[in-house]
Structures are given as C-alpha cells and as structure tokens.
Design a protein around this ligand. Structure first.
Ligand code: TYD
Length: 221
C-alpha cells in the first residue's frame, strides 16, 4: 500500500551544493502549507546520529561501514520516515538508499549486489517519490569542497577517482529509474537552480494534495 505523504530525497556528491538548497526547499514547502519533516542520513534518530558521528570520523572496514549505514537507515525508516508518511506528513530527507549505492557501491567499489540484499532484507520497499540529484562536474565539486570551513570528514577526504565513481554510480541509478529522479545541473548559480527546484516542487504540490482539514489524504490513487 502506498502511504499518504510524499517522500522526497536529496542526493549528490560532496560539494555539489545540496546543503545550500535543502533549507530553501523546506521553507518553500512549509510556506505552501506542507506539514514537513526535514531529516538526514546517516542520522535522523538519536541512535542514527551516534552512528553518523562514527561513520564520518572512525576508520572501519567497508562492510562495517555499509552495515552501519543500513543500521542507521533501519532506525530512521522505522522510527521517523515511515510513521511521518503514514500520518500524511511529507518527508524531505538529505540522502537515502541511493547514497549507499553511490558511495559504498560506486565510490568504494563494493558493487550493487550487497546493497540490494541489505535493502531487501530490511524491507525498505518504498522508494522515494522524488529524488533530486544535484549533479556537478567533479572539478566544481572539489573546488567547492576546498572552500569549506569545516575540517573534511572521512568521505570528503577521498580523492578524485572516488568521487568520479560515486558520481557515475548516481547517474547509473538515474538510468535505472529515470522517472523518480530530477537531475539538477547544480553548476549554475543559486537563483537558476532555485527556479528549477521551484518548478519541480510545484509539480509535487499539485500531484500530492496536502491535508487542509486534518484528514489524511489517500495518496495519488
Ligand atoms: P552529507 O550529506 O555530505 O553531510 P554534510 O552535508 O553535513 O557534509 O553526508 C555525510 C556523508 O555520508 C557523505 O559524505 C556521504 C556519506 N554517506 C555514505 O557514504 N553512504 C550513505 O548511505 C549515506 C546516507 C551517506
């Protein structure tokens, strides 16, 4: 059964500019009357945030990294995302399963089979309704990352080949389910990108009615 709320995810390699746009997107949706849960992966629950701290800083085997990403995701899906969607809220999530295919599957060259198996074993059967992939050429992403003020985490410290593989794996995900993705050319200026986002969000607002009288909508039918 399709749950009532709309599930939106944001993806892209580090430095693509995703963080710049997520606050604006959540403001836009809230101003349009959406009851929104804005969350992130890894993280989004108390345990998930503890796992995030480990994942971003602690060296570990690739299998451990992948399992911890999914452990955090399992908590997140069951305790935060699914209950919110069931209540009719919308969920705007900074990264989700596609990030595991891209970073662990592609960047770290684990491949897709193990990721698929974990996804199925956990019963994460509901794909996002819409995924915004912020896509930029690698050189642009690296330049933006180098301007960041925070110390780079374990992923941000990776080299060019890692991010090339990560980006390629994201684009392979798009080829697999093109209808789910909105690929945003994030090389452009912030205002240009916002125009693209606005059109795509308006389409979602049209397709997924928001509850105005406290009732739960019946999905898209
Ligand atoms: P990120 O969204 O980049 O956080 P911030 O904007 O605060 O830097 O996410 C943290 C990192 O986690 C990012 O480098 C990608 C990585 N990641 C994976 O490798 N696999 C996953 O499944 C997820 C969800 C994230």
């Amino acid at each position: 059964m399709t749950t009532p709320g709309c599930f939106i995810t944001l993806e892209g390699v580090d430095g693509a500019g995703k963080s710049t746009h997520i606050a604006w997107m959540s403001d836009y949706l809230r101003q349009a009357g959406v009851d929104l849960v804005c969350t992130r992966e890894p993280g989004g629950t108390p345990l998930g945030e503890q796992l995030r701290a480990l994942l971003l800083q602690q060296e570990m085997d690739l299998r451990t990294e992948t399992l911890l990403m999914f452990a955090a995701r399992n908590e997140h899906w069951r305790n935060t995302i699914e209950p919110a969607l069931q209540r009719g809220q919308w969920v705007l999530c900074d990264r989700y399963v596609d990030a595991s295919y891209a970073y662990q599957g592609g960047g770290r060259a684990l491949g897709a089979t193990a990721i698929q198996a974990l996804e199925q074993w956990l019963g994460l059967v509901r794909a996002p309704d819409r995924t915004f992939l912020f896509d930029v050429p690698l050189a642009v992403a690296r330049q933006r990352l180098s301007r960041g003020r925070d110390a780079p985490d374990r992923f941000e410290q990776e080299g060019a080949a890692f991010f090339e593989r990560t980006r390629d794996a994201y684009l392979a995900r798009v080829r697999g389910t093109p209808g789910r993705f909105c690929v945003v050319d994030a090389q452009r200026g912030i205002d240009d990108v916002r125009q693209t986002l606005e059109v795509a969000l308006d389409a979602l607002l049209h397709a997924y009615p928001r509850p105005t009288d406290g009732s739960i909508p019946q999905g898209r039918g």
